[in-house]
Design a protein around this ligand. Structure first.
Ligand code: DGT
Ligand code: CA
Ligand code: CA
Ligand code: ZN
Length: 590
């Protein structure tokens, strides 16, 4: 449902820009309400908007005639004219100023009006001059916080989160495939390897009409600058519709570089292998080739002394691995971490193996989906089990459930499950692991839940030793099935806990607890290297979407890619087990 999400982001930006340009309250509120409503929709609005079906759109809760018209415009033209017009009035740099945590539109407008601040750089200069301190409600502490936030944003680099890069790459591949003459198009690089952040997007194509391809690539609406446009390679800067409101305080670049390479049809496999990398994997492969009297490059694998026009393998990646005498290495394993030396590579987990989500929120805490909406989505994905795990009582901001509310919810979930066919819905909790390692409900209550996911949420700056102790205590608790996002890190934003991961893995095996890969692209925690250690030790792993919004179910792929990078096989992943195996494990802890 990328359409809903992107449209929601556009409306959120419209609201912000209206506010910055001094529009009236009514228009601002209408745009930000539209943004929220779009995000909350459980139906994909793209087909309706494409079909110009105003009636069907306005029949949905929260969508009025005005929003419907703009959605249709967005489906047809890829943009909304109101958004475009406002973008001409509001400097892009000012939107970046607005993305600094702790700065709201009112203050930013004042900075723009009174101090002519139009970028983060301007803001830094004005703070240094002392003029920001003279604005109303600007205490020393507030300014200190702004400076710290800017420093953090600048230090977290300009790599893009996997979950933000993938849809961009997919849409460009689709765009290029539609250009006359294109025979093949595929993204390569770190993105194809499923890395958690992406430096730039690499796209390879085969085409009969290179001029046309270059033209189509360099004139995409989001291109802000053409960096290179040669015979075989074009590079552009590409503007991202900035991260959604939900991730307002997430540091993400405003633009990313995209490289397009036009490769000869006959060396497609060799080029794909070369540009997928990783560099270390390529180096190791080339060494292996040299040892066998061969040369490997982006045009093919050649026997030394042979005719350079007559490669041994070059059309497919598999052909190259085969000719080198090793197993074909899936892109996610190309890290030079033993994949070339391992005779039989594992049968990696795939998206289609996942049959359950065991960590999801509903409107009872901070989720946006009702029990029924979430169950319907889970069922439509072919899942056999869905666990409802709302927040526990200490998570006040997340509207965590007090014991009474939880008891009522358990009954409601069980009753719902009896009436809902084709999916088993179970009652659980994402219970806070408190700072001392104890859990946020008493043992009797935990023990009547069908599933307990225990996660750290607060106190994430603890020292490593204390973090280990805290998490070990939760693992040892007899009612706990899964440790949710074990470190609590947020990629490029918060380091999170740094426990001794090997100790956690050993304890998880001893107490038959699964460690979670949280599939949200902002978390991906456990990270790939932790998964690898867990898998080598034989520890159970869960891959959960931590669903709050309908679109969160789409994050599953990022969890699966992270699992693959950790050599995860379906037998160790509890979400890939069949219904009876999973439920027998859940019950074994009761
Ligand atoms: P990124 O963009 O920083 O997230 O990481 P990659 O891996 O996508 O790196 P990138 O975009 O610089 O290059 C794409 C691939 O091309 C890389 O994974 C391997 C290949 N490649 C690029 N430069 C070299 C090189 O100097 N030597 C070798 N062996 N391979 C290279
Ligand atoms: Ca790259
Ligand atoms: Ca590149
Ligand atoms: Zn959660």
């Amino acid at each position: 449902m990328a359409f809903n999400q992107t449209a929601s982001n556009l409306f959120s930006q419209i609201a912000q820009m209206l506010e910055l340009t001094g529009s009236d309250r009514f228009r601002v509120n209408a745009a930000s309400k539209a943004s929220r409503e779009l995000k909350a929709q459980t139906t994909d609005l793209e087909p309706l908007a494409t079909a110009e079906d105003v009636k069907a759109l306005t029949a949905l809760e929260g969508i009025g005639k005005g929003t419907a018209t703009k959605l249709i415009e967005f489906a047809q033209t890829g943009s909304i004219s109101e958004h475009k017009e406002l973008s001409e009035q509001v400097p892009q740099g000012l939107m970046e100023v607005l993305s600094i945590p702790g700065l709201g539109p009112k203050t930013v407008k004042l900075m723009w009006d009174d101090l002519k601040i139009e970028s983060i750089n301007d803001l830094k200069n004005e703070i240094a001059k002392g003029s920001v301190a003279e604005l109303p409600r600007m205490g020393a502490k507030t300014i200190e916080n702004i400076v710290a936030a800017i420093e953090f944003m600048e230090s977290s680099g300009d790599r893009l989160h996997l979950g933000l890069a993938l849809p961009v790459a997919q849409s460009i591949v689709e765009h290029m495939l539609q250009v006359k003459g294109t025979k093949k198009a595929q993204y390569a690089g770190s993105l194809r390897r499923g890395e958690e952040t992406i430096g730039d997007i690499d796209i390879l194509i085969v085409t009969d009409d290179p001029d046309h391809a270059r033209e189509a690539f360099t004139t995409m609406p989001a291109v802000t600058r053409v960096l290179a446009n040669g015979d075989t390679k074009s590079s552009v800067r590409y503007e991202l519709s900035s991260a959604s409101e939900r991730f307002k305080d997430l540091s993400t670049p405003a633009e990313i570089q995209i490289d397009l390479r036009i490769v000869p049809a006959e060396s497609w496999g060799a080029a794909l292998a070369y540009f997928t990398g990783s560099k270390d994997h390529n180096v190791a492969l080339r060494k292996l080739a040299i040892k066998q009297g061969m040369t490997l490059n982006e045009y093919g694998l050649f026997r030394n002394n042979d005719d350079r026009d007559d490669p041994i393998a070059c059309e497919t990646e598999e052909g190259i691995y085969l000719a080198l005498g090793i197993a074909s290495v899936p892109p996610t394993l190309r890290q030079d971490r033993g994949e070339i030396q391992t005779e039989e590579l594992p049968h990696l987990i795939e998206l289609s193996d996942i049959k359950a989500d065991l960590h999801t929120h509903t409107t009872d805490s901070d989720g946006k989906l009702s029990l029924k909406e979430s169950a319907t989505l889970a069922k439509s994905r072919g899942f056999h089990t869905l666990a409802i795990t709302d927040h526990s009582q200490s998570s006040a901001i997340a509207n965590g459930l007090k014991p009474d509310r939880l008891k009522k919810q358990i009954k409601a979930v069980h009753k719902f499950n009896d009436s809902f066919d084709g999916l088993t819905v179970i009652a659980g909790s994402e219970v806070d692991i408190l700072v001392d390692g104890s859990l946020d409900y008493d043992d009797d209550l935990l023990n009547v839940l069908d599933i307990v996911v225990a996660s750290p949420h607060a106190g994430l700056r603890a020292k490593p030793k204390q973090a280990t102790k805290r998490l070990l205590k939760a693992i040892e608790h007899p009612s706990v099935h899964i440790i949710g996002h074990p470190t609590g890190r947020l990629i490029q934003r918060r380091a999170g806990l740094e426990p001794d991961i090997n100790e956690l893995i050993a304890a998880a095996i001893e107490h038959d607890v699964a460690l979670e890969i949280n599939a949200h692209w902002m978390r991906l925690d456990l990270r790939d290297t932790h998964v690898r250690a867990a898998v080598e030790a034989g520890c159970k792993i869960a891959i959960n979407c931590d669903v709050h919004h309908a679109s969160d179910y789409d994050n599953l792929i990022f969890g699966v890619l992270t699992g693959q990078r950790g050599w995860l096989t379906p037998d160790l992943c509890v979400n890939a087990w069949d219904h009876d195996t999973l439920h027998a494990w859940l019950k074994s802890k009761r």
